[in-house]
Design a protein around this ligand. Structure first.
Ligand SMILES: Cc1ncc(COP(=O)(O)O)c(C=O)c1O
Length: 448
């Protein structure tokens, strides 16, 4: 199981070095010299045309042109057409219909929760999860510094404020020790509430994100949440099917969210899901997601709701995709194993780790590129792969570096910075062939 453990990773010269001392800072105080960070440049891909080779722009999130190896594309080969046709034939195309309930049941059963509420996307699911969990305007929520920006944005939609927590170096997830450090040294109890000493705001929730398909080490985080009377909202959007210590990701905190965006392990085009054992929270999420209708006949609304309900067509896609989920995960794991086998001995390339206590779904297979001894940094390698029509992408700008969160408080941040500097995600679609994988690894090994 642990072919990708941190020991193996470290022995190949893992780039991030842990910070010498614990640091929490308010705002962007510890900006690292620009020289250490190469701005991700948009690559170009060469396409053979009648007139010869032509270069066209090749951006990380753009649709890969034909003839290239894309980063991650959906796999639609099961009952998708059949189920969608059923929606069209029956006229059940909108936000009510049998597939929505069926999709909710399938996801709840898979994850093991009592309830599931389908939403238009993962960001909406996070927004509602924060609301039902009791996060109020001006509260604070702990969010990893290294993640896609959506969870931080959802915190702001709820009127609350994110406090960014650095990643740990072994598996790149939210660092429980830094959570502890923040709660113990930067907060105090006042009238039965935990408050941030620096801002005076109430701290209400921890929002760990299981990034890239690997579970975060969540037990210590849940323990801290219980000790400090906080709720735990899992952002499991990238990790449906991942296992943490024999338990399904999405059933480890108080409430969790999934995304079914086009690049996720299963897709509904766009879509999301809230899962929880808390019946009252599930009911409230359903109520808020359908415009808070108190009397649907007379159109009475006692509260302001949202139009966040998934449509039947999307849910039909979701049901078909759920039928293939286990196969998709097996394929993702086999792609990871092949990358590991080919790249594990390349000096300066660290394969994606997997903890002994985890079963990663390797949603987005990512390596670390250490310029010395590899000879190229991650952005140069991205360009080199683009020159061979291979689409890759760096990890997200750490959120404490994001201009959108310029004044947010951050605990640490150095590991997230180092990972951002050296990480590169490789093609890992379920449909990737052995030849594709060999092409990618041979370019990385400078065989081409
Ligand atoms: C960590 C994380 N959280 C939230 C989301 C938001 O999901 P969606 O795009 O479905 O709104 C995404 C991805 O898209 C994500 O990667």
């Amino acid at each position: 199981m642990n072919a990708y453990g941190p020991r193996a990773a470290r022995s190949r010269g893992f780039a991030p070095t842990p910070p010498k001392r614990e640091s929490c800072s308010a705002g962007n105080q510890n900006i690292v010299s620009k020289k250490a960070y190469l701005a991700p440049s948009n690559g170009y891909v060469k396409i053979m045309k009648d007139t010869g080779w032509a270069s066209i722009p090749f951006e990380p999130d753009a649709l890969a042109p034909i003839g290239t190896i894309p980063l991650s594309v959906p796999e639609i080969r099961g009952n998708e057409w059949k189920y969608v046709k059923e929606c069209l034939d029956s006229n059940w195309v909108s936000s009510a219909g049998p597939f929505v309930d069926r999709f909710e049941r399938m996801v709840a059963d898979y994850v093991g929760t009592e309830h599931a509420v389908a939403t238009v996307n993962g960001t909406a699911a996070l927004h509602l999860a924060l609301l039902v969990a009791g996060v109020k305007p001006d509260d604070e929520v702990l969010v990893p510094a290294l993640t896609f920006i959506a969870p931080a944005n959802a915190v702001r939609y709820a009127g609350a404020w994110p406090v960014f927590i650095d990643a740990e170096p072994a598996y790149w997830q939210m660092d429980a020790e830094k959570v502890l450090n923040f709660l113990e040294h930067r907060c105090l109890w006042a009238n039965g509430e935990l408050r941030n000493q620096h801002t005076g705001r109430r701290v209400r929730a921890i929002l760990p994100v299981h990034i890239l398909g690997h579970p975060c080490d969540i037990d210590p985080i849940v323990e801290l949440a219980r000790r400090f009377n906080l709720v735990v909202i899992e952002d499991a959007t990238e990790s449906l099917g991942a296992i943490y210590k024999e338990r399904m990701v999405g059933h480890l905190g108080d409430v969790a969210c999934f995304s079914f965006n086009g690049n996720k392990v299963i897709t509904t085009g766009g879509g999301g899901m809230i899962v929880t054992d808390n019946e009252a929270w599930a009911e409230r999420a359903r109520y808020l997601s359908t415009q808070a209708k108190d009397n649907p006949v007379e159109y009475i609304h006692n509260e302001i709701g949202y139009n966040y309900r998934l449509t039947n067509i999307q849910a039909a896609l979701g049901c078909a995709q759920m039928e293939s989920l286990d196969r998709f995960i097996e394929k993702k794991r086999s792609i990871a194993a092949q990358y590991h086998e080919s790249l594990g001995s390349v000096p300066g390339i660290t394969p994606m780790p997997e903890a002994s206590w985890a079963r990663s779904i390797f949603w987005m297979y990512t390596v670390l590129v250490n310029e010395s001894p590899y000879g190229n940094n991650s952005r140069a390698l991205m360009q080199r792969l683009a020159d061979h029509s291979i689409q890759t992408r760096p990890l997200w700008q750490p959120l404490h570096r994001s201009p959108a969160y310029a004044h947010a408080e951050v605990c640490g941040g150095e590991i997230a910075d180092a990972l951002n500097h050296s990480a590169l995600s490789l093609p890992c679609s379920v449909g990737l062939t052995d030849v594709d994988i060999r092409t990618v690894t041979e370019v990385i090994k400078f065989i081409y």
